[in-house]
Design a protein around this ligand. Structure first.
Ligand code: NDP
Length: 331
């Protein structure tokens, strides 16, 4: 038996509870997984918050064990690439949405989804990074692929005190970029500067409708917010600068014009972590193990137990979680 969060839904009721489940339950509900993993740590991302709080149609199959991320050790495998005892990390692929997830002591996953955990990282550190941090790395890689290099100019990070934002600031500043953090939480200015932000701006300056072309400022942007914030960020991006868009914390809309793209050659790059191909994922995890300052990662991480995941869900949706939440599934 192992403990897990279980989400159940009927025609008129939804529940999220801590339960004892068995390997038989896993075989019944996640039987297409060919690798069984003892999960040591998981995490709460924004999407986990949506699933656990039943706030948007993240979960497509019921009952569901949530948890889009997990790190742990293989206990049995029929997949050619993974052997018993190997440490692995899982991000996305619909896990916690259509396939039983990692907010559980044990998960049955597909080997094709797994990434070997880099030796430099513990399972706790891997989940302090989680999908939020791995997405931040994909965003940094997207900017690099567009030729944004340290010294080009300021790089804006929106949703700065959240998970994606915190890791993006630590990564970009560590690589030598001058990072400007946009936040609605002025009280977190010292935290953001501690992660490496050179300056902090009020997110209200970006949140309202703005002109299609504004004063050029950003060499690059990592945007976790969407809506008017993304539109304004594009309108303020310098000639041939790049914007990596990964989130929708303000909204899914994108009320922009083509002006920044056709008059300034601004490149808008969409970043998806869920179905990102294996090669790019492995590069991202290798880069995270190399480029992320683990002291900064520790500074942005709060540890919680499995049952706490249920109460953390509305907190992350309300934007009240700072940095990253790691779930110790044995606690
Ligand atoms: P968090 O909740 O940790 O961070 C989101 C941050 O956005 C908040 O901390 C807050 O930052 C800011 N924010 C919240 N509400 C608003 C608002 N109304 N207007 C402007 N800013 C707001 O979430 P994550 O960092 O984990 O995820 C960020 C976004 O990225 C989410 O939308 C998530 O769904 C998306 N995402 C997408 C992925 C992909 O594959 N494309 C993968 C991972 C995440 P502050 O307090 O500093 O203002």
């Amino acid at each position: 038996m192992f403990r897990a969060i279980l989400l159940e839904k009927t025609a008129d009721a939804f529940s999220a509870s801590l339960r004892d489940l068995s390997d038989d339950d896993l075989a019944q509900h996640a039987g297409d997984g060919d690798v069984v993993v003892d999960v040591a740590h998981s995490t709460i991302n924004y999407k986990d918050g949506l699933a656990i709080a039943n706030r948007s149609p993240v979960v497509r199959k019921w009952p569901m064990v949530p948890g889009i991320d997990g790190a742990g050790t293989v206990v049995s495998s029929t997949h050619a690439s993974f052997a018993t005892g190997e440490r692995v990390v899982l991000n996305g692929w619909g896990v916690g949405e259509t396939h039983w997830g990692c907010l559980a002591g044990r998960a049955r996953l597909k080997g094709d989804w797994l990434v070997p955990l880099p030796a430099a990282l513990s399972t706790r550190q891997a989940m302090a990074i989680g999908t939020a941090g791995y997405t931040a790395m994909l965003c940094v890689m997207a900017l690099e692929a567009q030729g944004v290099v340290p010294g080009d100019g300021e790089v804006l990070v929106t949703g700065a005190a959240g998970g994606v934002g915190s890791v993006a600031i630590a990564l970009l500043s560590g690589l030598g970029h001058r990072v400007i953090a946009s936040t609605g939480r002025a009280a977190e200015a010292d935290y953001l500067k501690g992660l490496g932000a050179a300056d902090v701006i009020d997110r209200a300056a970006l949140a309202a409708p703005g002109k299609p072309l504004q004063k050029e400022r950003w060499a690059g942007v990592v945007d976790a917010v969407g809506s008017h914030t993304l539109a304004n960020a594009c309108a303020q991006t310098r000639y041939r600068g790049a914007v990596a868009a990964c989130g929708l914390a303000q909204g899914m809309d994108f009320p922009s014009s083509v002006a920044p793209f056709i008059l300034r050659g601004v490149r808008l790059i969409g970043v998806d972590s869920v179905m990102c191909p294996q090669a790019e994922r492995r590069t991202a995890w290798t880069r995270l193990a190399r480029d992320l300052d683990l002291a900064k990662l520790d500074a942005m991480t709060t540890g919680i137990g499995l049952a706490d995941a249920i109460t953390a869900a509305p907190e992350i949706l309300a934007g009240r979680v700072r940095g990253r939440l790691v779930v110790d599934v044995a606690r």
